[in-house]
Write a protein that binds this ligand. Structure first.
Ligand code: ATP
Ligand code: MG
Length: 390
């Protein structure tokens, strides 16, 4: 394998006591995302190195891994001045720049030339061979030379990593995933903070179509490229939803329906070891997302709920959804169970007692249990296999 990539850790370096756990999990996550590649991985407390053949495709995949701060393609040479000089020249001659800086780090103190001295030797050699100047404060190009026991590593440009924490370090959350714009973004933001995901989708066939379900699966497969572990629980919601429409006045159907969704999300989270429910609610966006509505809906559970996009404007959410490539799928026009039979005047300040009374008029607990018993679980969400789903 003739390429070497160096991974710089992100925010995890601040968590001193958990450092080893973080690094090991990051390595596991990287291995998972590189299953189709030939590679070797080595790591210590400071850095991680990946040897591979297909450097470009490996780097594209590493760009999707949370917990990576920077990615650099390293060039390994023997630790002697002549080899270092030649390699730095070979790298810089391909670049377009006016100023540069050489930054040597001498981790292997047995190498007799000190850092400053090596900076001068290599810098002088470059000045002699390439028309340029040294700028130590704001160089166009920074050349880093790391003298280590196993050899000398030379690199120039650093590719920015995603940052965040390794996925799974916080355990798992249950993402309520609809086909809209907001919930996939909420999922992505949770993954970024180290929360792995399981998804929960409520479908109401024949009122909702197979396309609507496939759209959700495709969205899950896109966010799965940041995790590798995601599965989708498809909940058959038709009977419960029909019972709600039969027993509850029009203006309250959405409120009651969402209270049922939360009840099911709680039960499934406990069953499947998820520590938190996650959804794409955003304050004030629709009638069920006023603070009063959110309070009345949330009151059915004590389970923690996070709403990563709660305080974002729609345009900010759209910007993220474009960046993470869920937007094009999210805007496909398939009906969700929240949008079918939408009442003309959904209540925006629902009354808790009314909700409790309406709910007493039918046996929803039995229907909730049926929903959970009949869940369809979809796994193996490799993104490329779902590209043509819609
Ligand atoms: P989104 O753009 O994510 O669909 P939205 O603005 O359309 O959100 P709602 O339809 O009120 O808002 O839904 C709010 C949140 O409830 C969604 O972001 C999602 O987390 C969850 N949700 C709604 N419908 C479903 C569903 N059919 N299955 C699972 N979760 C759902
Ligand atoms: Mg929606």
């Amino acid at each position: 394998m003739n390429n070497l990539i160096l991974i710089k850790y992100g925010e995890l370096t601040t968590k001193k006591s958990n450092r080893n756990t973080f690094i090991k999990l990051l390595a596991t996550n990287i291995k998972k995302i590189l299953t189709d590649e030939e590679f070797n991985i080595k790591f210590d407390r400071v850095r991680m190195y990946i040897e591979c053949n297909n450097v470009n495709s490996v780097i594209e995949k590493l760009k999707n891994v949370f917990g990576i701060h920077g990615i650099v393609i390293c060039h390994k040479v023997n630790t002697n001045i002549e080899d270092i000089k030649q390699k730095v020249l070979e790298l810089l001659i391909k670049e377009n720049f006016e100023s540069f800086k050489i930054n040597t780090r001498r981790a292997d103190k047995s190498f007799e030339v000190h850092s400053m001295e090596l900076n001068n030797i290599i810098g002088g050699y470059i000045l002699k061979n390439i028309k340029s100047r040294v700028d130590v404060h704001n160089p166009d190009i920074l050349v880093t030379i790391e003298i280590r026991v196993e050899g000398t590593f030379i690199y120039t440009n650093e590719i920015k990593g995603l940052g965040g924490y390794p996925v799974g370090i916080q355990g798992k959350g249950m993402l309520m995933l609809s086909g809209g714009i907001d919930s996939p973004v909420a999922g992505y933001l949770s993954l970024k903070r180290g929360v792995d995901l399981e998804c929960l989708y409520f479908e109401s066939p024949p009122h909702t179509s197979l396309e609507a379900k496939n759209k959700v699966i495709k969205l899950a497969s896109i966010i799965n490229s940041y995790s590798g572990n995601i599965k989708v629980n498809v909940v058959p919601f038709t009977k419960l939803q029909e019972a709600i429409y039969k027993n509850v006045p029009d203006s309250y159907v959405i409120t009651i329906m969402r209270r049922m969704m939360y009840r099911i999300a709680e039960k499934l989270s406990i069953k499947n070891n998820c520590k938190v429910i996650i959804n794409g609610e955003s304050i004030g966006q629709v009638a069920s997302q006023t603070l009063t509505s959110m309070g009345v809906i949330n009151s059915v559970t004590n389970f923690p709920v996070i709403r990563p996009v709660a305080c974002m404007d729609k345009l900010e959410i759209i910007e993220i959804s474009k960046k993470i490539k869920t937007y094009e799928t999210s805007i496909l026009p398939y009906e969700d169970c929240c949008t079918i039979f939408l009442p003309t005047h959904p209540v925006i300040n629902p009354d808790m007692n009314k909700c409790l009374n309406y709910e007493m008029s039918f046996n929803y607990e039995q229907l909730i249990n049926e929903c959970i018993e009949n869940i369809e679980v979809i796994t193996n969400l490799k993104q490329q296999e779902f590209n043509d789903l819609l």
